[in-house]
Every structure is written in structure tokens, then in C-alpha cells.
Design a protein around this ligand. Structure first.
Ligand code: DGY
Length: 325
């Protein structure tokens, strides 16, 4: 029997390819070349499906150049790299990987929060540069995390996992989301819904966990930063573009915000070089879900979505159910 042809757009673990090869004729990209629109158009011309990452633009042009394409399966929970409307118009199913990366991403948000509070990167750079001449009582003073107020903007599964971590630090947890969590979920993580202004005004640590869309572009800009406490810290593990990076850099530079932990950038992998001049920011290269076990689980989930979709069944994490109509 002729197997459906698929592209695995980025490097994945060998066991994922092995799993996929049992079902498909696989074109892999173990060299991990960034394919971009042109590369994807060329490689998808004869493919039935693709396993894609957040860095692969599955645009309307890419979809138009792939007449046999039936499924786009992202190995990520975010899917702003996929033009969902174009997929639906072309009869292509699109999927993501919710659920498997919540705790790992919450761990990274927590690490950035702690790092920003206690100024770890700057203190480490200072020590490595041989500047430590002796212990001093008033030196490298940071902010307390325990008993502080954690504000969460976007209270999905990752937000709730983060709120549970805050319980061990005796924090007050407030959140803002379009909808309130059901009472039992709020009780489980001791989180209270507040309006956005209250969240900005009261949070000592504001963590962003919103999906990116044109509607969430620059949710945190000049105006919002001005509403925050000058002692507060901002943590973004969601998506670049949710924060206006120019406004953030200016607030950090002028001491209108104490610190920031940033894993995602506008226009990444490029980022505003102004960040590099700041000592009150912890920078990481979009590694929120990057633990071995979680990345393997994400790839396997994406593979299983692709197997279901190309077998003509509804994949478990279908993003555009309208395509089935
Ligand atoms: C996601 O899943 O959306 C992450 O940002 C990529 O790991």
C-alpha cells in the first residue's frame, strides 16, 4: 500500500521519526534548516501532511502551493504560525499540542520570576568578571517572592499551574482573563479574578500567558507599564508581540519597572539589542517547553494528531473543526 507523504519540518527525536515511518513516507529535516515560506512551498508540493513548529510559517501561500495537503500538525500549543482560515478554506485540518507542556512552561515562568526577583544573571556576570571583593551586608538586594502578589494575565492551564506553584511561596494570586475560572478551579489554586487595571496596579510579579493574535498585539505597552508598580517585575513566556519591547526597554532603563524575565521577543530570533544593555532583565531564547520529556511528548502528540488526520479520523487536538463540515 502506498503510504501518505509527509514532511517533518524541523529536527525531532529519532524515535518520533521511527513512529511516523510506520505510517508515512517521511521527508525529514534532521539538518534543522529553517525552511521559510519558499522552502516549505517546495517541500510541501507533493505532501499529504506536515509536522510543523512555531517557527514554520504555514501561510495562505504555503497552503496554496500544497494541493494534496490534508493536515498541518504543530508540535506546539501556540499556533500563530498557521493561517487557520486558509487551512479551513483549503480543507486542511490543523492541530496543536495542548496539555503536555503546561508544567514545563510554568516551571520556566517560575525560574524567570525567581531570577528577576533575585537579580541572578547580573550577580553571576559580576562574580564571573572578578568584581567580588568581599561580602557586604548591603549588596545585590533583590525583591521577596514569598508573600508578594502574583498577577497572571491569561489564566489557562499554564496560568493555573503557575498559581499552584505560588501556593508554596504564600503568595496572593490574582488573575485576569476574559472569563472567570469555575469556582473549584479558583479554589484549587487560590486565585482571584480582578479587572485588568487592578491586575496591573497590584501585581508585584506580572506573568503573561496569553496566546498571540492581532487582538493581543501590544497588550502591554507604554500605558500598561505606567500603571504597574515601579518595584514590579514582568515575565513573558507567552509570545513576542504581546509586549511592546521598545516600551518595556524604556521602562526598565528608567527604573519605572524593577525587572523582567523574557523568553519570547517581537520578531524573534532577532530581538531589540536594547535588552542587552540592561542589567535588570533575564533573557532566554524561547525555551518555555524545552525539557527533553516535554519536547518528546509534544512531538509524539503532534505525530498522533497527524496519524489520525491522515487516516480520515478527527484528530484529538483539531483547531479548525469547521473543516469537517
Ligand atoms: C508553544 O508550544 O507554543 C511553545 O511556544 C513552543 O514550544
Amino acid at each position: 500500500m502506498v503510504k501518505p507523504k509527509i514532511l517533518v519540518a524541523r529536527q525531532v527525536f529519532p524515535e518520533v521519526l521511527e513512529h511516523l515511518r510506520q505510517h508515512f513516507d517521511v521527508d525529514d529535516n534532521q539538518a534543522d534548516t529553517v525552511l521559510g515560506v519558499d522552502g516549505l512551498q517546495a517541500r510541501l508540493a507533493d505532501k499529504d501532511g506536515v509536522l510543523s513548529s512555531v517557527a514554520d510559517p504555514i501561510t495562505a501561500e504555503v497552503i496554496a502551493a500544497a494541493p494534496k495537503l490534508r493536515a498541518v500538525c504543530n508540535f506546539a500549543v501556540g499556533h500563530n504560525n498557521i493561517d487557520l482560515a486558509a487551512c479551513t478554506r483549503a480543507g486542511v485540518m490543523a492541530t496543536n499540542t495542548p496539555g503536555v507542556l503546561d508544567d514545563t512552561t510554568a516551571d520556566l515562568a517560575w525560574a524567570l520570576l525567581m531570577s528577576s526577583a533575585r537579580r541572578l544573571p547580573a550577580a553571576e556576570r559580576w562574580l564571573r568578571a572578578g568584581q567580588w571583593q568581599g561580602w557586604q551586608f548591603i549588596q545585590w538586594l533583590g525583591s521577596d517572592v514569598h508573600h508578594a502578589t502574583l498577577g497572571i494575565l491569561g489564566m489557562g492551564r499554564i496560568g493555573q499551574a503557575l498559581a499552584r506553584r505560588a501556593l508554596g511561596f504564600d503568595m496572593k494570586v490574582i488573575y485576569h482573563n476574559r472569563s472567570h475560572l469555575p469556582a473549584e478551579k479558583e479554589a484549587a489554586c487560590k486565585a482571584t479574578w480582578v479587572d485588568k487595571e487592578t491586575l496591573l496596579r497590584e501585581a508585584d510579579f506580572l506573568v503573561l500567558l496569553l496566546p498571540y493574535s492581532p487582538q493581543t498585539h501590544h497588550t502591554i505597552g507604554e500605558k500598561e507599564l505606567a500603571q504597574m508598580k515601579p518595584t514590579a517585575h514582568l515575565i513573558n513566556v507567552a509570545r513576542g508581540g504581546i509586549v511592546d519591547d521598545v516600551a518595556l526597554i524604556s521602562a526598565l532603563r528608567q527604573g519605572r519597572l524593577s525587572g523582567a524575565g523574557i523568553d519570547v521577543f517581537e520578531g524573534e530570533p532577532a530581538f531589540n539589542p536594547g535588552f542587552l544593555e540592561l542589567d535588570n532583565v533575564t533573557l532566554t531564547p524561547h525555551i518555555g517547553s524545552s525539557s527533553h520529556n516535554t519536547r518528546l511528548a509534544m512531538a509524539m502528540r503532534a505525530a498522533d494528531n497527524l496519524i489520525e488526520a491522515l487516516a480520515g479520523r478527527r484528530p484529538p487536538n483539531l483547531l479548525n473543526p469547521d473543516v469537517l463540515r
